[in-house]
Design a protein around this ligand. Sequence first.
Ligand code: MG
Length: 235
Amino acid sequence: MVIKVIAFDLDDTLWAVKPVIIRAEQRLDSWLKTHVPELRYDVHSMRELRHELLRQEPELGKKITELRRRIIQQAMRMSDISSRRATHLANEAIEVFLAARNDIQFFAGALASLEELSKRYVLGALSNGNADIRRIGLEGIFTFAFSAEIVGAPKPDPRLFHAALAHTRTQPTEMVYVGDDPKLDIDAAKRVGLHTIWMKNPERIEAGETVADEAIDDISDLPAAVNRLHEKVGI
Ligand SMILES: [Mg+2]
């Protein structure tokens, strides 16, 4: 078997996600204050509504963008904003959030690594998050992208990996998965039979059940790690 496809986790593998979410929530908050001054919630107090929404509709737990939109909508309804206006404003608000959420800064060397690898492999994204490869400018490099929201099941569920295998018509041993989370990325991909490369994340120190085939400290080292893996598994 030879490696044909490399699939990527996105958040904390190609960029740091925490500062992005903090800034996206700040932008959402200031947009709400300007455009919906009668709203009795800010982005922090809105979180109180999350639990009740999830209790009523547990399926929303698998749809992070829809959950966020519904929380905003509910906050508006609780502020006596009409149903129709709440729906309209929540749609606008989620756009503000998503625009900021996709305003990411790649780790140094990430784009160069991806460009180099794209000359020899099919690349794609498999993410539990709501980053959008088109907005981020990766659509020329990635040929596929599946999110947990699309397939209806976040990692470690195998469905994201199965979607990528079906889409690229490859066997698990022909695919490598690159991710930062020892459990959600490395263990989950191994269970499906993929090769794995762990992008070490100092904030995720809890070991998984399996050991990744390769580990890197810096995304610039990815092409070399893929080469090593290729030599190990190639025939
Ligand atoms: Mg990640």
